[in-house]
Ligand binder design. Structure first.
Ligand code: ZN
Ligand code: ZN
Length: 284
């Protein structure tokens, strides 16, 4: 079971059917698709507007198959400062089964820079940093401020918060960040504490493990320990961009949890019911 998958409708390498076949081979009870929803500016990894309906139709067709693997239509939607979730304007996206809510862009204080991707290239990250007077502290504050706002912005279906500390992908490559690591972790735990009173599910994302050989997923061990202590509901996902990646990194995370005595409240198995109940609530 994995709700975070990308197909060739956005920046994935496999078709909807190929991902589906791989999930059936794994004997999964369900599978979620989460294409990158379109943005109000050019973005090379997002689906194009003209393909939104085809994507939904193709998943709906799979649902007609009397198979033991149930497909869910989802989207990875971007939170943008001052805008919210712009892609929810599309009725096809609004009517999805679930959303992976992610923060990939920060708004630069410099008007001419606009929104800059912080987990894209290191060059973009540094460009974004320059907009914040080259202050890592200011950039971190902007990141967490948006993360807090994203937490309280409502979505019309099951809300999963994606890769909460993906900021680290580039921040770890900037020497000036190292003295702020503790502060970053404190801010992350503070954010997790706030998440407890919101109706959200936190994603444990394994992509950095199999793609970059990291030893910890997003979020890392400190956050996982806190999530275990507070019994915060979470799901494991691989953020797959290829049908061979559907469950990559899962065993690694289970092993870390065992070694570190982390007992995460994984709700993967309850997800079909949670998704159905949330949809009923929206339609009522
Ligand atoms: Zn993402
Ligand atoms: Zn993704």
């Amino acid at each position: 079971m994995n709700l975070h998958t990308h197909t060739h409708y956005c920046d994935g390498k496999s078709s909807i059917k190929e991902i589906w076949d791989a999930a059936v081979d794994l004997n999964w009870q369900f599978l979620g698709y989460s294409s990158h929803a379109p943005l109000p500016f050019d973005c090379k990894w997002a689906i194009s507007d003209k393909n939104i309906q085809n994507y939904c139709n193709e998943i709906n067709e799979l649902r007609q198959n009397k198979s033991d693997t149930l497909p869910f239509t989802g989207w990875e939607i971007d939170y943008l400062n001052g805008i919210g979730f712009p892609s929810l304007k599309s009725k096809y996206i609004y009517n999805a089964d679930f959303f992976i809510c992610s923060l990939h862009f920060l708004k630069s204080p410099l008007k001419k820079q606009g929104f800059i991707e912080i987990d894209g290239t290191l060059l973009d990250f540094i460009r974004c940093l320059s907009g914040y007077e080259n202050s890592i502290e200011m950039l971190m504050s902007a990141y967490f401020s948006d993360l807090h706002k994203m937490l309280t912005t409502l979505v019309p279906a099951t809300k999963i918060i994606g890769h909460i500390d993906k900021f680290l992908l580039n921040a770890n490559k900037v020497p000036a960040f190292h003295q702020y690591k503790k502060k970053f972790n404190d801010m992350l735990l503070e954010w997790l504490e706030q998440s407890i009173s919101e109706d959200v599910i936190i994603e444990v994302n394994t992509r950095c493990i199999y793609k970059y050989n990291w030893i910890e997923p997003y979020p890392g061990i400190t956050a996982l320990k806190y999530m275990s202590e507070k019994n915060i509901p979470c799901v494991i996902s691989s953020d797959a961009h290829h049908h061979n990646e559907l469950d990559l990194g899962f065993e690694h995370v289970y092993k870390i949890c065992k070694e570190q005595k982390i007992n995460l409240n994984f709700i993967n198995k309850q997800l079909p019911d949670i998704i159905k109940n949330n949809r009923t609530a929206v339609n009522a």
